[in-house]
Structures are given as C-alpha cells and as structure tokens.
Design a protein around this ligand. Structure first.
Ligand SMILES: Cc1ncc(COP(=O)(O)O)c(C=O)c1O
Length: 444
C-alpha cells in the first residue's frame, strides 16, 4: 500500500478512489477524460514558499528562488510563481515567450542554456531580463554585440563546472569533467572566461552559476559544490580583483518516485537550504568575502510530486512465464522518461486505490515502439480493461518532454484547487497536428 506523504496531496476517499488536492480522480476522468495530467496547486505553492521563506528567514532575504521552467512550463505555472513572489529561469525563447505572455516580470527572469540561439538572446535583451548565464565565448560576444547596439549593459553570470560528481543517474549529471555545460574550474577554463567577460564593456559580470545534477538526495554533494564555488570566487578576487555579487547554486533536489527514494516532507527541503546557506556564510567568513546574493533553481522538487497522470487501461496481455503487460492510453508521448532513463514510477488503480497490489506488471504505452513503457515490475492490483491507472510524481519533465510521436495528442493538464479542477493546458485536436503541414502544389 502506498504511504501517501504528509502534504496530503494524495489520499484515498471513502469510495476507494484516489484524490488529488481534494478532487476525486474518477470524477476528473469523467469530466476531462484520459490521458490527463493533474496538478495540485497547493503542493506547488507550498514548495515555492518553503524555498522563498527559508531564504528570507535564514539569509535575510538576500536571494531569490527561480523556478526551473524546464520542469513544467505553461502560463498558469508562471502566474503562480509570480503570485508567490519567486523568479524563474528559462532555457529557450519558447519558455521566455510563455512567461512574458503570462505577465511574468522580466526583472525576475534568468536565461540559461549551452547554446542560446542569436534570436533567443535578442529576445531576452529586448524583454530586459534580469540576467543571462554565459555558457560559451561566442555567447559572450553575441550578448556584448546586442547590448552595445541597444546602448545597455547586460547583467550576466558565468556557468562554471566545479567538478562535483553527484550521486544520481549518469545521464542527468551535468558537472562531471566531461559535460557540455559550463567552464571547468579545475582546468582553468572558468578563470579564462572570467577574464574575457570582464574585458567586455557591455557585460556586467555579477557572478557564477552551477548545477551539479538532478534527483540528488545527498546534501554533501551540494555542500561540496558550494565550497568549491566559494574557493573559486575567493581565488578570482585575489587574482583578478573580481567581486562576486551573485551565486546561483542550481537545482537538483530529489523527490519521491518510488519507495527506493527518500520521502522528503516540505519542511525537509529546509534542511537542504539550511546546509547550503550555512556553507555560503561559513565560506564567506573563512575567505573574508562579502556574502553574495544567492539563487536556487529548483524544478522537480517544486512540481514533481504535485502532478500525477491518469490513464485508462485498454488491453491486458499475459505472456506466460515472462510478464504481463497492462496497456494504457498514454505512453512515451506523454512521459518519455522510462524510455530515456529507465526512470521508475509508482502506479496504482485510481478507481480501486485501497486495494493491495497483487502482481508485478509492465505498464505499456500505446506507441508503436517496444520500448514504449511507463515502467516495468510495477506493483498493481489485478488490472482490468477500463480501470484508471494513476502514475504518481509525474509533474516534472513529463508534459515538458511530451511529443506528438505517432501523431498522438499531447494530453491536457488540469490544475486542482480546493477540490475543483480547471484546464491549464487544453486538449490538443487532430487539427493541431496538421496545423503546420504544407502540401506542395505538385502533390495536390
Ligand atoms: C541549469 C539547471 N537549473 C535547474 C535545473 C532544475 O533541476 P531540478 O528539476 O532537478 O531541480 C536544471 C535541470 O536540469 C538545470 O539544468
């Protein structure tokens, strides 16, 4: 039986149905159909506020939490982030456009990416975003050029790679020496780019950014990264006289997907922040440095456990002695993470949520691809055609990684508040699929 978390995002009601944010999942399915992404607004706000308030209480408010858009981006999400008084990061023109359309203030937007396209940089400067994180020499040149043309000075950070190996899935590590992201501190590359950016008249180097990976539970990895960053900051002050005003420590805090993961209560995230903040304070004191404005970029930990995906079982196939496939009406087009990383999830039958699991099954999608699975060896009660499967903790990197593979429609998303659900992303239609198709005259 699933031990739901203290946030009460999920529970089982007297009908034996799964509830999210006080809404009965079976009623949601009647109203909105499946597949369906469902998000609990309270959970999102609780998580945003724990980051925001910890910075206020433990670091005199000298910092900002940036919600990492890549985890889940839509206009409603940006409206919530704005109401909660936090900032956002964006990694593409599309995320920036969505945020601006939602009325998100440009002065709380940071832009990252290892290859920001010229038009994306130009859009960022036109919007007047707070800061751009430089991740290539060519980018520094382009921002300089664009800023010069506009007669402005653009705030920038440099993405550095402190060389911390976080204990997580190899595919989502980003700060090992071999990474497409950042400039290595150990090799001297970070120092060289610092000199280069400082030589530019239209770039205002505010400090550094790093992100050591995702789904990390060990506080020590974050603490070590901060120590290495602060060492580097001290070195740059000594060697170049550069005073670092801002330190962005990235995202990466882990969440619960299965019982192999720790189940961190909202308050548990305070402990991570506390450790990071204490390290920054301690290192500043040790090196005689001014305390920098700190930034954090949590994505998964804000939205991951706030979301679930509901599916309908359409076929059950048993291969004697091998495995049982339970096929649902979604798959890798709404959640490619198993196909990409063999990510593990927990599933249950939302219409019989109090029933104990009795068998291990592979949860198959409907795509024409053998690897189109949502999980293997998932513990479920005996699933029948028409049952509603809920896959938990799908709020992050599911909708945002969805595709129209096989010309399947990307499912809609609803937001639940006080037991009531509303669309935040409407269903796609077949018309949407062919909207940009063009028939050359000679084929008509
Ligand atoms: C630069 C950067 N910041 C923040 C994040 C968010 O990480 P998470 O969703 O694990 O908190 C990522 C994720 O890949 C990232 O690459």
């Amino acid at each position: 039986m699933i031990n739901f978390n203290e946030r009460e995002t999920l529970k089982v009601n007297e009908k034996g149905h799964l509830e999210i944010g006080g809404a009965d999942c079976i009623e949601l399915v009647k109203k909105f159909g499946t597949p369906l992404y469902v998000f609990d607004e309270k959970h999102i706000r609780d998580m945003m506020s724990v980051y925001r308030d910890t910075i206020i209480e433990e670091y005199e408010g000298n910092g900002l939490v940036l919600y990492a858009s890549k985890a889940f981006s839509c206009t409603a999400m940006y409206a919530i982030a704005h109401e909660e008084g936090i900032g956002i990061d964006v990694v593409s023109g599309g995320e920036l456009y969505t945020a601006l359309k939602a009325g998100f203030p440009a002065d709380k937007i940071y832009m990252h990416g290892n290859n920001k396209l010229p038009y994306e940089l130009s859009e960022a400067l036109d919007a007047g975003i707070s800061c751009i994180v430089v991740d290539a020499y060519s980018e520094a040149d382009r921002i300089e050029e664009e800023a010069k043309r506009r007669g402005i000075v653009q705030n920038v950070l440099i993405r550095i790679n402190p060389g911390v190996e976080a204990h997580t899935h190899a595919y989502v590590q980003t700060a090992t020496p071999d990474s497409k992201f950042g400039f290595s501190v150990a090799s001297g590359a970070a120092e060289e780019i610092t000199k280069y950016v400082l030589s530019k008249g239209h770039l205002n180097l505010r400090g550094y950014h790093c992100h050591i990976g995702s789904q990390i539970f060990e506080k020590e990895s974050f603490v070590l990264a901060v120590k290495k960053n602060m060492n580097f900051i001290a070195e740059m002050k000594k060697k170049l006289g550069f005073i670092c005003e801002e330190l962005n420590m990235g995202g990466g805090f882990g969440i619960w997907y299965t019982d192999e993961d720790a189940r961190i209560p909202v308050s548990g995230y305070r402990a991570y922040l506390h450790a990071l903040i204490e390290t920054v304070k301690g290192e500043c004191a040790a090196h005689g440095l001014k305390r920098p404005f700190i930034l954090l970029e949590p994505g998964r930990s804000i939205i991951g456990e706030a979301g679930i995906t509901l599916y309908t079982v359409g076929a059950v196939k048993e291969i004697p002695g091998l495995r049982k496939y339970v096929a649902v009406d979604g798959g890798m087009f709404d959640n490619p993470r198993f196909a990409l990383y063999e990510s593990k999830y927990t599933a249950l039958l939302a219409n019989r949520a109090s029933e104990a699991p009795v068998e291990l099954v592979s949860l198959a999608g409907k795509c024409c691809e053998s690897g189109d699975l949502l999980g293997v060896n998932m513990n479920l009660p005996k699933a029948e055609i028409g049952d509603i499967v809920a896959v938990l903790s799908t709020g992050a990197y599911n909708f945002s990684m969805a595709s129209n593979y096989n010309r399947n429609l990307i499912p809609p998303a609803v937001l639940v508040k006080g037991g009531k659900a509303e669309y935040i992303v409407r269903p796609q239609t077949y018309e949407d699929l062919i909207r940009n198709d063009v028939m050359p005259d000679y084929l008509k």
